[in-house]
Design a protein around this ligand. Structure first.
Ligand code: ZN
Length: 528
């Protein structure tokens, strides 16, 4: 079985994505997660560029990684000094790593317009930089920036840059599609040609997603002979992002039979993807291939029927292999079969003839008629079945709440919630402010529950959607509130419908909290 190496740059290239800002602690936690996934190389950052990255390397020097090698990144030396005098390069020596990656120019356009040196001077810069670092005992990888554009513009010169790198000791040549615009057929052709000329060097590929081809391009490069793939978890990165390592790993292993991580670790990719999205403060798209909530969700009655007979009918892989799960979406469309399947996934005993099944189906239909939409709120559906079957005791009882919204002349509007609840016989009376009334309610409720249920601190609301259901009936129109919540492992959605937006939000909010508590106490097995 062919084996390739994975090189993760979430902490360096990925952290340049808009809206992403990692603390040193975040970076350490991500590195540990990548290590447990079995990623071969973790590019931790650019120690010369900022103190935060240097601090990260200092912290990491005390942590033993089981599977991964930590890599520090920098660029070739500045144009007018010797490599041994370059502060950026010197800080690499202090990073406590054995491997460094150096990015350098290969495209004559950049050399003339950005670097403003002659092509020969650029070759000298590459040699001096890599030679200096190799002489210090470091393993050096060379990232050939804009390689594919360079190759198209001036093939001979772009190859000279690679030769300069290998001659001065580079152990890997990574071909970068920095602008992300190259088509897959070109990637295949160019990587094949480079591999032909550099039989003895490891070839890497680093793709960006500006043409929505980063994953396909990375896989094509491997098929053309590349040995190492650079990418980020969830494809985060500047502009349209980097190649997403998650689908790359899944495709390599399951479609091409190429080894990169173990079968056991393959089952962790869903969790790692959710973990990184959580820490990056980015919502993972539901239709994210392999790992998204909807990746194996079936809705139509006909599909559900077929899936029950044989999952291959509508699934390209077995979801459990990547740690995801099959979901049967419930709606009027799914009918009784959907409810049965859903109950089975929750390990609840229901049969078609059971009067309970009929009762639940009736209830679902009644609620959907009122505007509930359970296919978008699986967690609420699960609670509905469990409540109907009296499968769990309530975690708390509401005695009452008040929400005060105050606006005085041109001052800021404020929201405060005052709440009385009863937890296992203990009365709690709390008050909290919030950005809006629902946030204030959420804060007051958590304040009341936090001592009883400490794991609630690990979840937060990640999305809040409100929709007016029947606009024609004026103020009496019902609103539907959908809340999405997440913790480090999962994402779940809950729903509330009412004429009053606060009541609708409250329903969705308590479902969200109850679901979290239920999930933490009883680990439900959802894979069928
Ligand atoms: Zn990049």
């Amino acid at each position: 079985m062919k084996e390739i190496k994975l090189y993760d740059t979430t902490l360096r290239d990925g952290s340049q994505g808009e809206g992403i800002s990692y603390s040193v602690t975040d970076k350490v936690r991500i590195a540990q997660e990548l290590d447990s996934l079995g990623i071969h190389y973790i590019e931790g950052g650019w120690p010369g560029s900022n103190p935060k990255d240097m601090e990260f390397f200092r912290k990491m020097s005390k942590i033993r990684l089981k599977n991964s090698e930590l890599v520090a990144f920098s660029m070739t030396r500045r144009t007018n000094i010797k490599a041994s005098d370059d502060a950026n390069l010197k800080s690499l020596l202090k990073a406590g790593v054995n491997i460094v990656t150096i990015v350098g120019k290969t495209w004559d356009l950049h050399i003339k317009e950005v670097l403003k040196v002659t092509p020969d001077e650029n070759l000298e810069i590459i040699k001096d930089t890599i030679g200096f670092l190799s002489s210090k005992g470091l393993t050096v990888f060379y990232d050939a920036e804009h390689f594919f554009d360079a190759y198209r513009a001036n093939k001979e010169y772009s190859l000279k840059c690679l030769h300069a790198a290998t001659e001065s000791g580079a152990k890997m040549l990574c071909l970068c599609d920095t602008n992300g615009g190259t088509l897959t057929s070109d990637i295949f052709k160019i990587v094949s040609e480079v591999k032909e000329s550099f039989r003895n060097s490891a070839i890497g590929i680093h793709c960006h997603n500006d043409a929505a081809l980063a994953v396909a391009n990375s896989i094509a490069a491997i098929e053309a002979g590349a040995d190492v793939i650079q990418g980020t978890i969830n494809g985060i990165g500047e502009r349209c992002g980097n190649a997403d390592l998650i689908p790359i790993i899944a495709n390599l292993k399951m479609k091409l039979g190429i080894n990169c991580i173990s079968d056991n670790n393959l089952k962790k990719i869903t969790q790692v993807s959710h973990f990184v999205s959580e820490i990056s403060n980015m919502r993972l798209k539901n239709d994210q291939p392999f790992v998204g909530e909807s990746a194996f969700a079936h809705k139509g009655g006909m599909h559900i029927n077929a899936i029950m007979k044989d999952p291959h009918t509508y699934e390209h892989i077995e979801p459990a292999l990547v740690g995801n799960r099959r979901r049967i979406l419930v709606s009027e469309l799914g009918g009784k079969t959907g409810i049965l399947l859903r109950a089975k996934a929750l390990e609840l005993d229901l049969s078609k003839e059971d009067p309970q099944t009929k009762k639940i189906l009736k209830l679902v239909q009644k609620l959907e008629h009122q505007g509930y939409h359970f296919e978008a709120a699986e967690a609420s559906f699960e609670l509905l079945i469990k409540r109907a079957l009296k499968k769990y005791k309530k975690f708390f009882d509401l005695e009452g709440f008040r929400v005060v919204i105050e606006k005085q002349s041109d001052k800021k509007i404020t929201s405060e919630a005052i709440m009385k609840i009863n937890v296992k016989g203990t009365k709690e009376h709390t008050a909290a402010e919030g950005d809006g009334p629902v946030n204030a309610l959420d804060n007051a409720l958590r304040k009341a529950l936090k001592d009883f249920y400490p794991t609630l601190a690990k979840m937060h609301l990640s999305d809040f959607k409100v929709r007016v259901l029947d606009e024609k009936s004026g103020t009496a129109a019902r609103v539907r509130v959908l809340i999405q919540s997440q913790d480090e492992k999962d994402t779940w959605s809950t729903i509330g419908v009412h004429e009053n937006i606060i009541e609708a939000s409250w329903q969705a909010l308590i479902d969200s909290i109850e679901y979290k508590l239920l999930k933490d106490n009883v680990k439900l097995k959802l894979t069928s």
